[in-house]
Design a protein around this ligand. Sequence first.
Ligand code: FE
Ligand code: ZN
Ligand code: FE
Length: 162
Amino acid sequence: MKITNLEDLFNHTLEDIYFAETKLVKALPKMAKASDSPALAKAFMGHLEETKEHVTRLEQVFEKLGRNAKATECPAIKGILTEGDELMSEIKDADTRDAAMIAAGQAAEHYEITRYGTLVSWAKLLGHKDIATILEKTLKEEYGADDKLTKLAEGRLNKEAA
Ligand code: FE
Ligand code: ZN
Ligand code: FE
């Protein structure tokens, strides 16, 4: 894709986060399955439902722009997920593995927060107010998911791993 202006860059970044969200829909159930803590598994499954909604919202955004939903491979989220996968299969101690998965989950949420934060401000700059509102809804849920993981980590799991 040739990027010459902010509208192009905005479109590219939508394709990038669309790629990430569809990958996360596949990764979250695996992370839930590998979780030792039922609370952690529940958090991953809860965020899976939100993530499916994030995919749908992005499809709405593409539609509003008169474009077909399209994914462009994002090396950043691929790296985060590969790293998480490696830790998940390497760590044998259950509490330590849960701590690693929380960290990997938070890396993914922080990645999404930076993408959606950028997209919201570009949408506003480009005059796509309704699109900014849709993306802001998702951004809030990414912050919420990150918070939930922080609370799980601080509450119990890191202590058990220690
Ligand atoms: Fe998301
Ligand atoms: Zn990317
Ligand atoms: Fe997320």
